[in-house]
Write a protein that binds this ligand. Structure first.
Ligand SMILES: [Fe+2]
Ligand SMILES: [Fe+2]
Length: 263
């Protein structure tokens, strides 16, 4: 099973730029074209939050028309820039999204089970999870025991070392770690939010953060580094379950020189 992951599309109303500078809608369209062109084509596309930039109705309208071009099926989950109830309203055919409240969901029926944990806190940029969310996660992981499972959460439960990002990570991550560490079938914890590819072993599994389809956060590891972003090449992650293991590739989106006649 081939799972593609894109994240942090930050789609804007038609004709408007992300932060007034970057055409995130055109970049989202390029990401969709890239996913449609992959061979083999992904079985499923996971979109791990910040689907739009300000939670506006006009942004979800843009997102709907952009996603209509995506050929593989996709799963949507909110990030801190989304309005999670507006998201559910705009995508009624995504019936796994509860109409109100946290958008936790479990998708079965594939070789890999998909568990989405909604770490968003309405009107806040950091992530957190309440006791009900932890109980839900525990139940979902009990239900999938013995089958390879991916947990998706928008906010990483790990510090990136990029100081201005870490203020907005998922708070109290040890509570989530205590649940996940009880199970052996969690192949990955897939995150967005940090707009960079980052991996770390955590809670007995591997946290993988996806790049953004729009701008990438500056890789500044000094303690007082000021916030900054760059138009580095956007990318998606490809999580390939085959032969009983999960392998993750990074696939850059764009046109690059080559192919050259050597490997
Ligand atoms: Fe984002
Ligand atoms: Fe985010």
């Amino acid at each position: 099973m081939l799972l593609a992951q894109i994240s942090d599309l930050h789609v804007r109303p038609e004709g408007e730029l992300y932060k007034g500078v970057v055409d995130s809608n055109a970049m989202c369209a390029a990401a969709i074209e890239h996913l449609n062109g992959l061979d083999p084509r992904p079985d499923l596309v996971l979109i791990t939050g910040d689907l739009v930039d300000e939670g506006q109705e006009a942004e979800y309208e843009s997102l709907r028309s952009l996603l209509a071009r995506l050929k593989p099926p996709c799963l949507l989950m909110p990030g801190n820039h989304d309005d999670r109830d507006a998201l559910a309203r705009w995508f009624p055919e995504h019936a796994y999204l509860p109409a109100r409240g946290p958008k936790h969901f479990l998708i079965e029926g594939h070789a890999v089970r998909l568990v989405a944990l909604d770490t968003t806190v309405p009107a806040q940029h950091h992530g957190d999870i309440d006791d009900a969310g932890l109980r839900w996660l525990d139940g979902a992981l009990r239900a999938t025991r013995g089958v390879p499972t991916i947990v998706m959460m928008h906010h990483p439960p790990i510090a990136s070392g990029i100081p201005y990002l870490d203020k907005y990570m998922c708070r109290r991550p040890e509570r989530i770690a205590a649940v996940i560490a009880r199970f052996e079938h969690v192949e990955r914890v897939l995150c967005g939010h940090v707009h960079r590819p980052i991996q770390q072993r955590w809670a007995g599994t591997l946290v993988c953060c996806s790049p953004s389809t729009a701008t990438q956060i500056a890789l500044c590891l000094r303690p007082h580094a000021p916030p900054a972003s760059f138009s580095e090449p956007p990318a998606c992650l490809l999580h390939w379950w085959r032969g009983g293991v999960m392998l993750t590739h990074t696939s850059y989106i764009g046109r690059f020189a080559g192919p050259y006649p050597f490997a």
